[in-house]
Design a protein around this ligand. Structure first.
Ligand code: C2E
Ligand code: MG
Ligand code: MG
Ligand code: MG
Length: 292
């Protein structure tokens, strides 16, 4: 579009850039206010065991309840939070909120499940997350085996040696670890066996196409085998249909999360689901593809 502006090209770009940096500044100020004034909210998405259908965990996912814009999804602000360093206070707040919420559920007599919290690479580089997690567990009274941390494969590979050292310390504290968005971040297999981790989360792009794209299906199956041969669990993200669910179940994927069972929910709705003991009902074994 700039080409049609001919001689005004330079000015055009400048105006566009100014507009963009103003929007960015606005978002940054808004996010700063959100953190200070309690506009952030944590939603919880159930994770389900693929053998018995029970809820076996929850992933904490942040949202921003903006007074003007309404509910803002993390895709619109996490990247900016990472660039500006706001991810450090934001991440600390999410971790503290998720741990204290989980402890409150346990104190209320609900089934005990671990809560998984996402950490970004920037947080991991900027602070001692092992020390942070230990401090928050101490403050909230949540037992360490009810906390899991998720790091994306690309964040892990940004500094694999530092990650290895941290995983060993986390293991020492009994905090579980999973590698998020697995299959998209080019892990080297020699590193993978040195990580003291518990689960690989199969990226949702593979799950989405699993029933109609042979390449996606092959990658998902390879991740399940890789996880099992390293004595890790495989969890599929983004399961939206019964066909995807049956495919994964028939191929021994251990766990899943996705809209087919439930989206991420506000704390009170998640609590109601956990209290009811809602389960995933499987269709009769004979109808599962690959097992007839
Ligand atoms: P993620 O950790 O890979 O989380 C999974 C995302 O997929 C979530 O999006 C979830 O709501 C969505 N999802 C779950 N089931 C389905 C499904 O069946 N279909 C589809 N299409 N999507 C599904 P959400 O909540 O928008 O979060 C997006 C990303 O933002 C997360 O990806 C994570 O990388 C980041 N994020 C969210 N909360 C935090 C946080 O507290 N800290 C950090 N550092 N990152 C966060
Ligand atoms: Mg995650
Ligand atoms: Mg993911
Ligand atoms: Mg993701």
């Amino acid at each position: 579009k700039a080409k049609t502006k001919g001689g005004n090209r330079f000015q055009f770009y400048t105006a566009e850039m100014n507009q963009r940096s103003l929007e960015r500044l606005d978002l940054e100020n808004g996010l700063r206010r959100a953190i200070d004034q309690g506009e952030l909210v944590v939603y919880y998405q159930p994770q389900v065991n693929l053998r018995n259908g029970a809820i076996i965990g929850a992933e904490a996912l942040v949202r921003w309840q903006d007074p003007e814009k309404g509910l803002v999804m993390p895709g619109s602000f996490i990247a900016l939070a990472e660039e500006t360093g706001l991810i450090v206070p934001l991440g600390e707040w999410v971790l503290r909120t998720a741990c204290s919420q989980n402890k409150a559920w346990q104190d209320a007599g609900l089934p005990k499940i671990p809560v998984a919290v996402n950490l970004s690479a920037r947080q991991f580089a900027a602070q001692d997350v092992v020390e942070l997690a230990a401090r928050i567990l101490h403050d909230t009274g949540l037992a360490p085996n009810y906390l899991e941390l998720e790091l994306t494969e690309s964040a892990v590979m940004a500094d694999a040696e530092a990650f290895i050292r941290a995983t060993e310390k986390l293991k020492g504290l009994s905090i579980a670890l999973s590698i998020d968005d697995f299959g998209t971040g080019f892990s080297s297999l020699s590193y993978l066996k040195r990580f003291a981790i518990d689960r690989l989360k199969i990226d949702q792009t593979f799950v989405r196409d699993i029933t109609h794209d042979p390449d996606s299906a092959s990658i998902a199956l390879a991740i399940i085998s890789l996880a099992h041969s390293l004595k890790l669990l495989a969890i599929a993200e983004g399961v939206e249909t019964e066909a995807q669910l049956n495919f994964l179940r028939a191929r021994n994927c251990d766990e899943m999360q996705g809209y087919f069972f439930s989206p991420a929910l506000p704390a009170d709705e998640f609590e109601a689901m956990l209290r009811q003991g809602r389960k995933l009902e499987f269709q009769p074994e004979s109808k599962v593809p690959g097992r007839t």
